[in-house]
Each structure stands twice: as C-alpha cells, then as structure tokens.
Design a protein around this ligand. Structure first.
Ligand code: PLP
Ligand code: COI
Length: 364
C-alpha cells in the first residue's frame, strides 16, 4: 500500500507563478505567516486505498464537502518546521525527521491515518525544492513549512474519518516577535490541556482552545499567554505556541517536564542537549507559579525564555497576572545564558556551526 513508488510526487507547475520582481518585494519584509509560495504538496488517503496521488501543484483553495468531518469535529493536526538558506547557497532543514515522528504521534492521538515518515519527508523536500527561490536570506528569515492533515469524509456521525488530505504549504517568514523581550500573561482562568487530553498532540483544537486566553493576554498588553496545569492551576506548563525555560542564579537551566499535557517541542529537546553539552545543569522539573514569582523577586530567577520553531529562542522580560507583575532580570532581553543558547542553536540550524548531532539535513 505504501510503496516507495506511491511517494513519487507528480509535479504540476503553477501556470502563473508570482513574478521575480513581486517575489523580491514580498521577501523583503514577509512578517510571519501572511506570504505564501507558489505551490503546495497534496496527498490523499482513503481507507482501503491508502495514500495516493502525491502531487506538487499550484497553491490554491481546496474544495471540501460542507459535511467534511474536520469542519464539525476538528479532526486536524499540523506541524511547523523551517528551511534555511545555508551560507554556501544550499538549502537545509532542522530535524525534519523529528517533525515527521511527532506528526505520526499526533495522528495516532487524533485517530487519524498514519502518515509514513518517508511520505512526510518527501512531501516537504519536494515542496522546498520547487519553491526554493522563496527562501528568504537574512538573519532571522526562513521558509516556514506547515504540513497538516484534515479529515475530509463527508459524514456527520462521530467516528474517525475514512478519508484524509495531507497538505504542505510554505511561507517565507521573518521573526515571529517584533523584537526585544516578550511579556507573558499568566492565565489563571483558562487551561490548555488536562491529563489524558490532547496537550501533547499538535492538533488545531488545542490552539482554538487557547485563543480566548491569548486574547486576554493581548488585552493585558502581553505578547503571549502562559498556561498552568489543569488539575491544580499551579504548575507552569507552556505558552500558547512555545515551550518555556528558566535560568537560575546558579546557572541551572530548568523547564517543565513532558508528561502528556505539553507539546514535546523539538527546539526544547535541542536546547536541552545543547545546554548539557555546554556543561550546564539541566532540570526537567515542575516549577510552580508561586515559586517563579518568589524567585524573580529574590533574584534567584535570572532569565526566562520562550522557545519553538516560530519563536526560536525569545527572552521573556516580564510576567503579568492576577498576582501582579514581575520583571525577569533586566527585563530587556539582555540575557547572557539565553543568548548563548540562541546563538548555538541558530548557528547549527543555519549551517554556520558544526553539527555534531546530525540535526541538519541538506535538501538541495
Ligand atoms: N508548544 C506549543 C504549544 C507549540 O505550538 C510549539 C510550536 O510548535 C512548541 C511548544 C514548540 O515546539 P517546536 O520546538 O517543536 O516548534
Ligand atoms: C510553531 O512554532 O511552529 C508553531 O506552530 C507555533 C505557532 C505560534 C506558529
């Protein structure tokens, strides 16, 4: 059913791609997630037939039956990953195999069809190759890739769909945050994920459920929302779209442990490895919001940062919430441990530093 031949993509070039002049203009200042490349990868699945018709085609709206399961029961998952232009002009990706693995895990949790890693990787690679001219160059620029899968069986009974669409779109992006340290709203009224729920899966429903809290954060003039655990409303979990780290005055790096309610971030995992190899003491340990406020006040908590594919590594300058506001360190992003980790990560991601871990894969 899933032979290598079925993963050979048919290319149907865009009949009227964006002109070079227009593309150059778009790439000069793409922002995040608003500019898209000419093509997309599309693969269809049907029970009994498996994955079929892998295609690279013109990016265009997709036709869905109004009864398609995704529109009613939110059976949807996605990934976020980046392709970079390397110093020698080649194209590299950071740990695409880890995204492929997590996609399978998300699919399993959402009772969706299994996407073989080879199919996922081929779809991403083929799209990046076709749209390689859309990869922006520059410090914080990259081509953000958004693989996703939706349930498209037209049926209103509640059950796993028998048909799926796996699609990859690509978006040239700059930095997710506009610069400096971010401010974070501690959500006490809403939680993101409960034990036994879908917190560890990258499914759209998790993000839909986070939007009210993110809106509250914005109302409070904060950039991001921080969620606490659903059982005790006490333990720091993660932000709306990124994991969180803390740097203590003894140089220890701490982050909440995985355990089913937070997304197992690939950036998080890479930073844990980089930090250990730099000789830092690393703790994956529960950290309460009360302790965090206390440590910020006493000076024991020196730095905090957000990390993820979109955010990369972004200093947190302050937390705001029902218990008031605390400033972390200088509050302006001048955080030496955070900066050291960010530089080490970016250097590897962009092929500017040696990669002893085999994380970087050449695409073209
Ligand atoms: N947590 C959430 C909720 C996210 O959306 C993301 C971003 O993908 C992350 C964490 C970080 O994951 P990664 O480093 O794999 O991008
Ligand atoms: C990513 O970092 O890839 C995400 O999915 C998070 C979102 C804030 C864009």
């Amino acid at each position: 059913m899933d032979s290598a031949d079925q993963f050979r993509f048919t290319h149907i070039p865009h009949p009227a791609p964006v002109s070079v002049a227009q593309r150059t203009e778009l790439l000069a200042n793409p922002g995040f997630g608003r500019v898209f490349t000419d093509h997309m990868a599309v693969v269809r699945y049907k029970e009994g037939q498996g994955w079929h018709n892998p295609t690279i085609e013109a990016r265009a709206p997709i036709a869905l039956d109004p009864a398609a399961a995704v529109l009613h029961y939110a059976q949807e998952i996605f990934e976020g990953m980046k392709a970079y232009r390397a110093a020698d002009g080649g194209v590299v990706m950071f740990r695409p195999d880890a995204n492929a693995r997590r996609f399978r895990q998300s699919a399993e949790r959402m009772a969706m069809a299994d996407v073989p890693e080879a199919l996922f990787l081929e779809a991403v690679r083929e799209l990046v190759k076709v749209d390689r001219d859309w990869i922006p160059s520059g410090e914080s620029a990259s081509l953000y890739l958004r693989p996703f899968m939706i349930a498209n069986e037209a049926f209103l009974g509640v059950k796993p769909s028998s048909e799926y669409l796996f699609i990859v779109i690509a978006s040239p992006v700059g930095a997710y945050f506009s610069g400096g340290a971010v401010s974070v709203w501690v959500s006490e009224d809403y939680t993101r994920a409960a034990p036994g729920g879908t917190g560890a899966a990258k499914c759209g429903g998790n993000y839909a459920a986070s939007l009210q809290a993110q809106r509250e954060a914005k109302d409070k003039k904060c950039d991001q929302v921080l969620f606490l655990d659903a059982a005790e409303h006490r333990w720091i979990e993660e932000m709306g779209g990124m994991n969180i780290f803390f740097v203590m005055d003894d140089g220890t790096l701490a982050t909440p442990p995985l355990g089913g309610t937070i997304l197992p971030g690939i950036t998080r995992d890479a930073l844990l490895t980089l930090a250990r190899d730099k000789g830092l003491t690393v703790r994956e340990e529960r950290y309460s919001i009360d302790q965090c406020y206390e440590d910020a006040a006493s000076g024991r908590l020196k730095e905090a940062f957000a990390c993820g594919t979109a955010a990369v590594v972004t200093s947190i300058g302050r937390f705001r919430g029902h218990r008031g506001e605390i400033v972390i360190g200088a509050g302006n992003g001048a955080d030496p441990v955070t900066e050291g980790l960010r530089d080490a990560l970016i250097g590897i991601q962009r092929g500017q530093r040696p990669d002893p871990y085999g994380w970087v894969q050449r695409v073209d």
